[in-house]
Structures are given as C-alpha cells and as structure tokens.
Design a binder for this molecule. Structure first.
Ligand code: UT7
Length: 327
C-alpha cells in the first residue's frame, strides 16, 4: 500500500565550531606522535573543528536545526518532533533532543535521542520517515550532533587524530504522496551486528563505570567490515527501489576515511566529483557527518531539486545502514 505522505527534505543546516586545526596544529597542541603525511595517506583528513569550552551537543545541534528551518522557510511552531542522533549527549537525561527543542523555542510535539554511533543519522532518518508515513508527525527535525573531542584518548594516536566536532540537521516535511512528484525519502535500510560490539566502543558509561569513557577502535577490523557491509547495503537500497548505479546523482557517505569513500564511489561507478566529501576538512564527525555534507552540498548548489541522493554509514554496534532520498 502506498503511504499517504512522503517525507520530503525541505531544509538542511550545519554548524561547525569556529576553531579549525590542521593535523600539524593538533599534533603540536596535544603532543601526539604522528605526521601530517601519515594522517592524509591513511585517512584523507587534513583538518577538523574543535568545540570551544561551553559549546555542547545541544548548542551545536540547535544552531544546525535553526539553519535547516531557515532553508525550509519553516518556523519552530511547525516542528512536531525532534530526533537527535548523538553519542555525546549533554547529559544522560534530559535527552539532547529535548534540550534542542527548548533552545529553538519549539513548544509542541515530542523529542528523543537515538544511539547508533556513526550510523545514528541514518537510523534517526528511518524512524522519522516511518512516523511521518504513519501520520504521527508532519514536521520533523532530524539532527546529528557530536562533540567527540570530549571522549577521545589524546594519548591514543590511532583514534584521536580521526574525529572532529560539529552538527548537521534536516527538516522533513510530510507532503501528500500525490503532490510530492517523486520527492522525499524512498527507503531506508538498517542493520546491526552486536557480536562485533567491542571493535568500536566507548569504554565507559553511566551504567557501567559511572564515567564517560573514551573511544577505542580496532581500526583495521572496522575498515574491513566497512568496505563489505557498505557495499552490500547500497546494493540493497538500490534493488529495493528497482534503481541502478546510473540513477544516483550524489553519494553522500558517512565521512570516516577517504579510502572507504573512494571504494564506495568506485563500486557505484560514480566519479569522485559526484561524491560529497568533507572528511578532509571536518574529519569524522560521527552522526553529524552526513547531514553536514548534505547542508554543504545544498548551500553550494551541487545537490539540486530532483537529484537522487544515496546516503550510507557504518559505526559502533556494529550498526550500518543506507537511505535513498530525492530532493
Ligand atoms: O566512523 C566509524 C567507522 N570507522 C571507520 O570506518 C574507521 C576504519 N578504519 C580506518 O579508517 C583505518 O583502519 C585507520 C585510519 C584507523 C588506521 O589505518 P590503517 O591503515 O588500518 O593503520 P593501522 O591501524 O593498521 O596502523 C598502521 C601503523 C601502525 O604501526 P605499526 O604497528 O605498523 O608499526 C600504527 O601504530 O600506523 C601506526 N599509526 C600511526 N602512525 C602515525 C596508527 N596511528 C598513527 C598515527 N600516526 N596517528
């Protein structure tokens, strides 16, 4: 049965902290034994933004959300729901989503967080889409916001050079299917395999150690899973819609490593200029990376109305997933 509504991406927005550090500047600041050449060769990362004291996941997420609302020409009064993907919430509760709802002055509806690490934005998008198709909400903010600089072990060079801070958001509007003209989310595809929980993990938490913990990663293992699982999930998304590689206008991947991004572009027969890349300037901003990339490519005119956009991500859980949307 065709749903009565389509979830159309009406606006996108991003926020990056002002402070941007090159690889060399970060290494000097934190006393990390690394080199610009190693980081660029293995990851493609050249710079990352680091939040200022006083900034939080909710302050950054609110800025991204307001930008998405402005692009959509929507007011906070149109927001029925705020769904936030984050691994770095301001506090265990209230949710970062509720805090953002308060910060932007949205007074109706509901708000909650989603925990799926770097796949969080795709998970949150999927939940929003299902609720909108079911008629439970007509205007939904989906936000990824992360402040990994607070959960990194600055003595572990295998992880601390990889991440950055930032937030991205989309505002989804329910449009009657008959009026959507094919625009909106086509489908979302979610996966998890908890047997690999320990290869990418924050080694503490409120309910275990009582503390926050820091990021630990078996980089090579995660890399292998990323290449195979992302390849499978993009095929799954295209097949579910009877589409082929040639139908995709833009690949907007999670930004963890340029080598993984290039492998996905190659698999989809997309030249790198049809792939939105931000990892060089943002590093890995986890759940924020896809909405930040969407916002950048909408602002500079790359993604246009009618373009089919394929999003994919993998992260701690392991979790992975994909989403197809027509702008
Ligand atoms: O966002 C969630 C998903 N995450 C990902 O997709 C990340 C997936 N993994 C990766 O991107 C890569 O595995 C990394 C970038 C994390 C690491 O690259 P790698 O090519 O797999 O390197 P490695 O971990 O196997 O380390 C190779 C060498 C090691 O030295 P030895 O043992 O060969 O002597 C490391 O100690 O590089 C060394 N190394 C470094 N050297 C300079 C590790 N980190 C650094 C560093 N600077 N920052």
């Amino acid at each position: 049965m065709t749903a009565a509504f389509r979830s159309v991406i009406a606006g996108t927005g991003g926020y990056l902290p002002e402070r941007s550090l090159s690889n060399a500047e970060l290494a000097a600041w934190k006393g990390i034994e690394t080199s610009d050449a190693w980081i660029i060769e293995r990851t493609g990362i050249r710079r990352r933004h680091i939040a200022a004291e006083g900034e939080t996941a909710s302050s950054m997420g609110a800025a991204a959300a307001l930008a998405a609302l402005a692009e959509a020409g929507a007011s906070p009064a149109e927001v029925d729901a705020v769904i936030v993907a984050t691994a770095t919430p301001d506090s265990a509760f209230p949710s970062t989503a509720a805090r953002i709802q308060g910060r932007i002055g949205a007074t109706r509806g509901f708000a909650f967080d989603v925990a799926a690490a770097c796949t969080g934005f795709v998970y949150a998008l999927s939940i929003a889409d299902a609720m909108m198709r079911a008629g439970q909400a007509r205007g939904v903010l989906v936000i990824g916001t992360e402040i990994y600089s607070r959960i990194l072990d600055w003595t572990d060079r295998g992880t601390c050079v990889l991440f950055g801070d930032g937030a991205g958001a989309v505002f989804l509007r329910a449009v009657p299917t008959a009026e959507a003209g094919g625009r909106g989310l086509l489908s979302t595809h979610l996966h998890a395999d908890g047997s690999h929980a320990d290869i990418l993990v924050v080694d503490g938490g409120a309910g275990s150690t009582g503390g926050t913990g820091v990021v630990r990663m078996s980089g090579r293992e995660v890399f292998k899973h990323a290449v195979t699982k992302l390849a499978a999930v993009v095929d799954e998304a295209l097949a579910a819609n009877g589409l082929g590689h040639g139908d995709v206008a833009w690949l907007v991947p999670h930004q963890a490593n340029l080598r993984i991004i290039e492998a996905m572009g190659k698999k989809l027969h997309l030249p790198l200029d049809r792939v939105v890349v931000t990892v060089d300037r943002h590093a890995n901003t986890s759940a924020a990376s896809i909405p930040l990339a969407l916002a950048e490519a909408r602002r500079d005119g790359r993604i246009r109305s009618g373009d089919l956009v394929l999003m994919e991500a993998i992260g701690g859980g392991l979790t992975w997933g994909a989403a197809l949307a027509r702008f």
